[in-house]
Design a binder for this molecule. Structure first.
Ligand code: VAL
Length: 449
């Protein structure tokens, strides 16, 4: 087959692809969501299930997404059509792509609201208004923010504009530059914070909470949350990794690259947990406090530590950057599709999509105040979108991508593109995407119904 090129450009090297994909994967999912869902689901056993999901389901499906994208060199929907046609199969498989793009766009809407909280916390830490807060005060400050739609709207709007600005710039100019410097800085600061956590008396309690496996605390519902989160955190089932894969250099090895991304993403989540839980226990807070967990625990820790105002500001800045590089990746697949399919200019497509996600975001931020009594299936809009994307759309998309890669694409096409070092490894991957991943996710789904 003649080598194809993406009309949207490509990453300069394998290293840049790793940075960009890690920039996408590492985000609020790792630092905000992972600790709070771990807290809500009892710790240890949940963490173990999550790790198993990453290894057995997430990594193999990530390989599938990258190879589909790279082989077709097109945005997700078109990539699925292309590979289905190449193997003489129905192009209806591209519906997986439609669902993925929709999931990405819906995730953006509430993601941007949470990123807005982060932006507010950058300002509050920098101007010293969080200095020396007690855990009660931290809780009140966070509730006060949620109750204030004007402030939430301001930050949600600023964040959406920041993302739209980068996506308009395109893959090379925009995305690459945003990731190159900021990702490494985040890693460094996380480890500085880990050092602080280790110096406190409650590090052992935090560690036990995360790594003592008590299966009596685990429900099927928690298992589904772990499955869903493994997709969310690796940016799977939302078109993102497939789109980024379509910009990946041909020579780069998919297997080792994906392993590196999965490893870094998991590392950040675990370290974030080890930063947050010791603070929670040291201050007698509730690990099951929910989405506010990070926002009530970190300010208390920064308030107590030497140089806390400086480190706190820097830390929130880096979380903001992690959210930024992830949010960019949530819009990119749909923008690329609109450019390919409808022939829109990149700037027009990005702004149009930006307006849509911004508007849906208003419904999400209203969930905490002026729309708090509006519910869908017993959940407010924010929780509802989080639930249907992470627990339904992403796992469902994941099952179908696995089936697509395992059963629809010709084995030769997959093995040429993935090009693993040994045939045994390739067959193992194929077995997982054909059987293990779809069955495992399917069973968890059915048990939850
Ligand atoms: N994977 C990212 C995260 O974990 C986003 C793109 C959902 O935050």
């Amino acid at each position: 087959m003649q080598e194809k090129k993406s009309i949207h450009g490509s990453w300069a090297s394998r290293w840049v692809f790793i940075l960009a994909a890690t920039g996408s994967a590492v985000g609020l999912g790792n630092i905000w969501k992972f600790p709070y869902i771990t807290g809500e689901n009892g710790g240890g056993a949940f963490v173990l299930v999550y790790l198993l999901c990453i290894a057995l389901v997430g990594i193999p499906i990530m390989i599938a997404e990258v190879f589909v994208g790279r082989r077709a060199r097109q945005s997700p929907i078109n990539a699925l059509v292309d590979l289905a046609e190449e193997s003489g199969k129905s192009t209806k498989w591209s519906l997986i792509g439609v669902m993925g793009l929709l999931a990405g766009v819906l995730i953006f809407s509430f993601y941007s609201v949470v990123a807005g909280w982060v932006l507010q916390y950058i300002v509050s830490t920098a101007n010293g208004s969080l200095n020396g807060v007690t855990s009660e005060q931290a809780g009140e400050i966070f509730s006060g923010l949620l109750a204030d739609p004007g402030t939430l709207l301001l930050w949600h709007t600023i964040f959406t504009i920041m993302v739209v600005g980068v996506v308009i710039g395109g893959v090379n100019a925009g995305l690459e530059r945003a990731t190159r410097i900021m990702m490494p800085a985040l890693f460094v600061l996380l480890f500085v914070m880990l050092g602080y956590g280790m110096s406190t008396d409650s590090f052992g309690a935090g560690w036990s909470f995360m790594f003592d496996f008590d299966f009596s605390k685990l429900s099927w519902d928690a298992v589904l949350v772990a499955v869903g989160h493994s997709f969310f955190t690796l940016s799977l089932g939302m078109g993102t990794i497939m789109a980024y894969g379509s910009y990946m250099p041909k020579r780069a090895s998919i297997g080792s690259t994906v392993l590196a991304i999965g490893f870094l993403d998991t590392l950040v989540a675990l370290v974030a947990g080890l930063v947050i839980f010791p603070i929670i226990f040291a201050n007698g807070m509730d690990p099951a406090a929910g989405p506010g967990l990070m926002f009530i625990s970190l300010p208390v820790a920064f308030g107590q530590m030497a140089g806390g105002q400086f480190f706190g500001t820097l830390f929130f800045v880096l979380i903001g950057v992690a959210a930024w590089t992830s949010a960019i990746s949530l819009l990119e697949p749909t923008v690329a599709y609109l450019v390919e399919r409808v022939g829109m200019k990149r700037s027009t497509a990005t702004i149009a999509l930006g307006v849509v996600v911004w508007a849906v975001g208003i419904l999400c931020l209203g969930s905490f105040n002026f729309m708090s009594d509006v519910t869908l299936f017993g959940k407010n809009v924010f929780d509802f979108l989080d639930y249907i994307t992470a627990n339904i759309m992403l796992p469902l998309g994941g099952i179908f991508i696995a089936l697509f890669a395992g059963w629809v694409v010709k084995k030769k096409h997959a093995s040429d593109e993935i090009n693993l070092k040994s045939e045994g490894l390739f067959n193992l991957w194929l077995f997982v995407v054909k059987f293990i991943a779809p069955v495992a996710v399917g069973v968890v789904f059915i048990l939850n119904l």
